[in-house]
Design a protein around this ligand. Sequence first.
Ligand code: TPP
Ligand code: MG
Length: 676
Amino acid sequence: MIKTAVDTSQKRILTLPRFPEKLTRTQFYPLAYRFMYLSRQMDEKLKELFRKGYVKGTVTLSAGTEATSIGMSFPFRPGHDVLSLLHRDLGAHLVQGVTLLSLMCQFIANDKSPTHGREGNVHHGNAAMRRLPMISHLGDMLSLAVGAVFGARRNGEDAMGLAIVGDGGSSTGDFHESLNIASVRRIPVLFLIENNHYAYSTPTRFQYNCKQLSDRAAGYGIEGQTIDGTDAWEVYTTVCNALETMAHDSMPRLVECMTLRLEGHAAYDKAEYVSQEERQQWLKREPIMRARIALGGCGFSEEMIAALEAEVVDEVNATAREALQYGRPSPQVHLGPVYAPPEERISLPPLRFEHARNLNAVNAALDYIMQHFPSACLFGQDIGVYGSAFKSCRGLYEKYGAERVMDMPLAESATTGLCLGASQTGVLPIMEFQFADFATEAVTQLGLNAGTWYFRTGRPARILFRLPCGGGITLGAFHSGEFDGLWTRFPGLKIFYPVTPQEMFEAIVAGFMDPNPCLVFEHKLLYGGRQETIEFNGDYTAVCRPRKYTEGDALTIIAFGAMVETVRAVVEKHNYSVEVWNPFILNPLHLDALIESVRRTGRLLVVQESGETAGMGDRIISLVCRKAFDALSSAPRLVGAPDAPVPFAKELESSHIPDSAKIDQEIAMMMGATSE
Ligand SMILES: Cc1ncc(C[n+]2csc(CCOP(=O)(O)OP(=O)(O)O)c2C)c(N)n1
Ligand SMILES: [Mg+2]
């Protein structure tokens, strides 16, 4: 048998010439063809395994995309540049050094799967190697590549990025947000559109109305071009040239590759919506056939090519046989934790700050962090010269400069994604949402991307998000939200809700030091509230505990945010014998101390500012009933806002948010309730 001498062992792949070196056409094609053929054979095997039931879920195939996928990924330096690949980029993973066996195990979801079976099929990557693991939400990976390149370059590296999106994904808001940010901030990411004429069954005429998608580049002030994505050499050389210019001008670029999807959307889709004529046209541009002809032009005889193909088929068959021998994942071994464990505690300097209100506490905490952690960067709207909408960042821009205090466009989703990406390459991001309400723009990035990061990748996502929240200052329905029930629904997010200046300082420092994505709710009404001296002894772990403000034995009151202050005022005024508590961390909830309190008092009242349905009150009452029902002498009660938008006019808002009179009435009623 003829030995083809095309070595694509992992060791060889990782040492292939990459940017700025270039392969010649005759060096390129033997390698490219082998990878393309391997990708296609893997597709065939996946279809077979899907039919036989060994592979489950959405099996998206790469057939038709091989020239694009392999051509585009060749120049990028594994572990150095940042790649965000998509569901038809099997070939690109191979070119970046992922073994066929690991891919096979990922699809079969066995006990050797690189994601331990926690994620399926195309949802894999290696964040440590800067191949960012894909999530389903199309468009939402682009900003992570932008952030990771930003982070690496901030550390002095010359990393560049490759971020893939389909014709369908190019319609998402995150596509726009990400290209815009990359351009404004000069972050060299090559955005590459794999335009295969369809998004699932939707043809491109219903997707966009410009002539070609690369026309959009002009709108971002960057260069764009459309090329033949079925010609591997054209893709390769275009990407090499783009990288060369990006290395000089640091600007992102947009390349649209006109490619093909030779199968249905996924293994279960017969693509009957594609006409025979269209399919016939496609087959004339079939990329493997074209690469095969090009390989012949590089001196490979028919016999040599056939031998190479036979080797590939053998490799795929042998790998599938091996992967099928492995066991299934077990919940005990393979279902890892959702939260990253605490890192080794470092000693932080103590701080004392007199006459502090909450706004000063936020500012002091940010200043403290920026001073002691040179990798910390602030991101947000109007946080620079203006010092942020509530002035919590006042003076930080002047002190730490535009490179660390960054005004961002109105792009909450991509800014969040950027923070997540940057957290993987050495930045310690702190992001301010101008109002907590606008964080709903970033639900996917926060709840599904950042929140699941540790579970999926085994790597921390250390990011602090600040959310000025709550009503009481007549800002109406869209600037007064608390959304405790929304964010606590996402496992993997840690949520702090401090009340006093001391707690505010502690929450921001503790949230910043935590290896998980942390949200700090900052109630706007409290910014100018109670004044006290902050004393921080440097122990940011001890602060993560529920807070008790008053002693008493007749009733336990659990409250959040501004409601804590209202409750405390009522209790102090009437000298009620009650324990007032704030859980401090809303997610994950640690209720032991509070349940102990309920056991002592036998009664529970929860006071919340947000609407009654699906707020923290319901959750806490449910847990107390389940864990300490026997200790309750009367039914727990909840005081909350009605399930309605927060109204604007002062009189309406005041009647919406629970006030002292209402709280007093509830306390008095519960205190009077007789034990059964
Ligand atoms: C935001 C979002 N909406 C819907 C889907 C469901 N979905 C998965 S793939 C797909 C089509 C994607 O088309 P395109 O971006 O062109 O990529 P292609 O599959 O053609 O490579 C859709 C609608 C999704 N994954 N993400
Ligand atoms: Mg498409």
